[in-house]
Ligand binder design. Structure first.
Ligand code: ATP
Length: 242
């Protein structure tokens, strides 16, 4: 049984049909990269998976729970699926530890003491246990993004969705964030990542999804998608990167 299942997903913004019938299953423990040109619908797909965007037709389920705009479904979903964005969105007036403690306390009703223990554990997990009391402006961009990852982990999600999480970082900070993601993948976390980091996609991901004009245009293991692109669209996309 797939952890995430998408059938016939269509999504429009006004008259602009951005997702034109997506069928996709992601198994528990699978790591998928979503690649494609700007505007191909990658972010919109991730946002639909997390209930951040409503969609017009099709069916999405996460562990058998339908992803709808219903409040109860959304609450269940947010406990199961974490999302990390290009911008870290940390509260500037709260320490790293407090930023991480917030969601479990608010969403799950976790006690302060328990939330603190969890926050320490997940900050350790991203290599920032010693920065519990540091404020966001005392951290580098890479460290802030690792706090954002810890914040998502504090909810003990079954899957993490990552939307271009290294795109706002200076090049020398990209690797520390990718290393954390790589270690989560090695631990069996289910991950769907919109990324421009092709080397990471090739080395770490089980499957690569190439989106083009709102459809899954090619999908397969990285060795096939990168070494043997079947369609001219993917060949052109990869050619432009080189
Ligand atoms: N909130 C919105 N309202 C209207 N149109 C939107 C909205 N969000 C996205 N779109 C449109 O949907 C299309 C797909 O956008 P999306 O962000 O999913 O693409 P993408 O592949 O992630 O691109 P990028 O790599 O530039 O982020 C674009 O044409 C975009 O203008």
């Amino acid at each position: 049984m797939a952890l995430i299942s998408i059938e016939g997903l269509h999504k429009r913004f006004g008259t602009n049909e951005v997702l034109k019938g997506i069928d996709l299953s992601i198994e528990a423990g699978e790591v998928v990269a979503i690649i494609g040109k700007s505007g191909s619908g990658k972010s919109t797909l991730l946002r639909c998976l997390n209930g951040l965007e409503a969609y017009q037709s099709g069916k999405i389920t996460v562990e058998n729970t339908p992803v709808t705009q219903d409040e109860t479904d959304l609450r269940t979903l947010r406990l199961r699926v974490g999302m990390i964005f290009q911008q870290f969105n940390l509260f500037p007036h709260l320490s790293a530890g407090r930023n991480v403690m917030l969601a479990p306390m608010i969403v799950k009703g976790t006690s302060e003491a328990e939330a603190k223990t969890t926050a320490q554990k997940v900050l350790d997990r991203v290599g920032l246990g010693h920065k519990f009391d540091a404020f966001p402006d005392q951290l580098s961009g890479g460290q802030q993004q690792r706090v954002a990852i810890a914040r998502a982990l504090a909810m003990e999600p079954r899957a993490l969705l990552c939307d271009e999480i290294t795109s706002a970082l200076d090049p020398e900070l990209v690797n520390e964030v990718l290393q954390v993601v790589k270690s989560l993948a090695a631990d069996g976390m289910t991950l769907a990542m919109v990324t421009h980091e092709m080397r990471f996609a090739r080395d770490v991901c089980d499957r690569v999804i190439f989106m083009h004009l709102g459809k899954v245009h090619e999908i397969g293991p990285p060795e096939d998608v990168f070494a043997n692109p079947k369609t001219p669209e993917l060949q052109q996309f990869l050619g432009q990167l080189n």
